[in-house]
Ligand binder design. Sequence first.
Ligand code: ADP
Ligand code: MN
Ligand code: MN
Ligand code: MN
Length: 332
Amino acid sequence: MAIKAEYIWIDGTEPTARLRSKTKILSDGKNLPIWGFDGSSTNQAPGAASDCVLKPVFSCPDPIRGGDNLLVMSEVLLTDLTPHPTNTRALLAPVAEKYASQESLFGIEQEYTFFKEGRPHGFPQQGFPAPQGFYYCGVGADEVFGRDVVEAHMDACLVAGIGLSGINAEVMPGQWEFQVGPLAPLDVSDQLWIARWLLYRIAEDFGIAATLDPKPVSGDWNGAGAHTNFSTKAMREGYDPIIAACEALGKNAAEHVASYGADIELRLTGSHETAPWNEFNYGVSDRGASVRIPWQVEVDQKGYIEDRRPNANMDPYVVTRLIVNTVCGALN
Ligand code: ADP
Ligand code: MN
Ligand code: MN
Ligand code: MN
């Protein structure tokens, strides 16, 4: 029987790219052909030479359509089959390959915010809800908004085979988090993009919009981040490489922060569990640090580190590339 393959790709919207998708009917789902789209409608090509190419890089069962239908994460190529300038995956692939022997693993905590009727889900029509304090990991209709969507999204990710490691309600009403990983750089990135697409798609059915805006409400409300947990084989086996990784990240701090998501300076203010965007520090258990060493890692003298700086709207192909380059380059 014919199947529906939903080809998903990253567009050229600036400063933060968006996801696009369209459906291809295939008589045989085993071979996923390259395909194309109108790049002049996605900020990826001029109208007079509008064709861009979609090349499948990762596919999984489609948990929404079910059956043998598929979700197909695709990278964007030019018509000569070289990477499109917006194709950040193509930049990650050789870096991941170069340092493959260090066996990098990433666990990414994707925070996001639900919006309904133009305001964060749970915010009253006028004014503001009660101040932050009880929403994080809360329970009850006065504290939790959108759990039905979150549960549906979690189930969908599991059916799709996404390497989800958990979910939780966040500090601001309507704000949530899911975690993907630990996985290798290309895998965590492909799967995070699919998980984001599923989030938007499922929330759509509930009449809710999910946003990765890093600071959806200004003032005394938490922003949304994408804490990036990272280890190499050496870090999973000893503490000296943990410290060396933190030091290496400190040396390249400005380059990293510049590519950790648009409007990062609005979120990394030094308040709301962040360090200022233009400073770098690391510490054990410190949620006000740029990079946190979890307490268990100090106890065990091995494990991983948490880069707390990436914004919710970051591109995981970019963030994992920078971290692998900086840390694996230094640990070499
Ligand atoms: P937090 O306490 O900061 O909220 P979470 O539990 O939300 O932490 O997320 C921690 C993430 O770190 C998870 O995605 C987990 O899979 C990941 N993780 C655990 N061990 C490692 C490791 N050795 N290397 C990389 N990531 C890891
Ligand atoms: Mn978390
Ligand atoms: Mn969080
Ligand atoms: Mn965290």
